[in-house]
Design a protein around this ligand. Structure first.
Ligand SMILES: Cc1cc2nc3c(=O)[nH]c(=O)nc-3n(C[C@H](O)[C@H](O)[C@H](O)COP(=O)(O)O)c2cc1C
Length: 301
């Protein structure tokens, strides 16, 4: 599996409830890696169907970029073994693990030549994932949409580079082509971009959510663990809409990532986005976003 022919070194990041086959196919056809979190397919049968749709669509596009499946490895996810089995069945070119150890995925995915990237928010998690034998680490830095790290990208990547020789994906408020170039200068091989894709035509976000992202600026984002028990970045206006008092946020919620119905309800009512929202100024197709990112990237060289 080669990422050499990507148009840009960008991975459209997995987003709960927002990314599905349409987004993945459009991203891959535009020349960047497309991905989605497996829980977005509500059942194992739907996941099987989605993977079939994606592989069929991309089989007819020989120049398309590889796709990635995001698996939640937390023990509270009862589907993790079945979802991994489907990743193997469809030979997912890349599996990105989150919220738990990547160990179970490493042997299974590398056995057919796929790659495993682990999404990590701390140096400690990066060390553990590196020792599990992953091909790459996605470093989730401060400012990222959804569950976020707290480290500056300058600090995080430099420290990880001292003990990890594999691929590094940098993430957190990277939302324009110049920032992609800046990440490469810091030593990243790829970047992970989520927020930039929330208001795309192929995103499953509700229209009001897309509009809120387009009109928001960095100051409209708040970091809180009150919603899911883990620090995450949210649009302030969506918290207010859902009845929260921003000056008096409740204590951290209990962590249970896949108490599926409850989790989906929280994410449907309260909208995640990263500090890069200020760079997202219109609703476009993914093809247009990738054109714009490419122009910005090239102008920065
Ligand atoms: C709405 C939303 C939902 C997300 N859901 C997931 C998810 O299900 N699994 C995951 O690993 N990361 C998830 N993320 C995090 C992204 O994969 C990625 O780390 C983040 O978007 C990068 O930061 P950026 O938004 O500033 O580009 C989500 C992010 C957003 C904005």
């Amino acid at each position: 599996m080669s990422l050499d022919h990507l148009r840009l070194p960008v991975i459209q990041a997995p987003m709960f409830l927002l990314s599905g086959p349409e987004m993945v196919i459009a991203s891959c056809q535009a020349g960047i890696v497309g991905s989605f979190p497996s829980p977005n397919a509500r059942t194992i049968q739907i996941l099987d169907d989605w993977l079939s749709i994606i592989t069929d669509a991309l089989a007819n596009s020989p120049k398309a970029a590889p796709w990635a499946l995001n698996l939640v490895m937390h023990r509270s996810n009862p589907r993790r073994k079945e979802d991994l089995r489907l990743a193997v069945k469809y030979r997912a070119p890349i599996v990105i693990t989150a919220l738990g150890s990547p160990s179970e995925a490493v042997d299974a995915v590398q056995s057919y030549g796929g790659k495993v990237y682990a999404d990590v928010t701390t140096i400690e998690f990066a060390r553990r994932a590196a020792s599990a034998g992953v091909d790459g680490l996605a470093l989730i830095c401060c400012g990222a949409g959804g569950h976020t790290g707290q480290l500056s990208p300058f600090a995080f990547i430099d420290e990880v580079r001292q003990f990890f020789k594999g691929e590094i994906i940098l993430s957190g408020a990277i939302a324009n082509g110049r920032a992609v170039r800046a990440a490469q200068i810091l030593g990243a091989d790829y970047v992970y971009m989520g927020t930039r894709f929330i208001p795309t035509k192929e995103s499953m976000a509700q229209p009001d959510y897309k509009a809120m992202v387009v009109s928001a600026s960095g100051q409209d984002i708040i970091t809180s663990d009150a919603v899911t028990g883990v620090k995450a970045n949210w649009l302030k206006a969506s918290l207010i809409q859902a009845g929260y008092d921003l000056n008096n946020m409740p204590p951290a919620a209990d962590i249970n990532f896949l108490e599926a119905a409850g989790d989906a309800k929280r994410w449907r009512d309260i909208w995640a986005a990263g500090q890069g929202v200020g760079s997202v100024n219109s609703q476009q197709s993914i093809a247009k976003v990738v054109d714009q990112l490419t122009n910005e990237y090239e102008a920065s060289l």
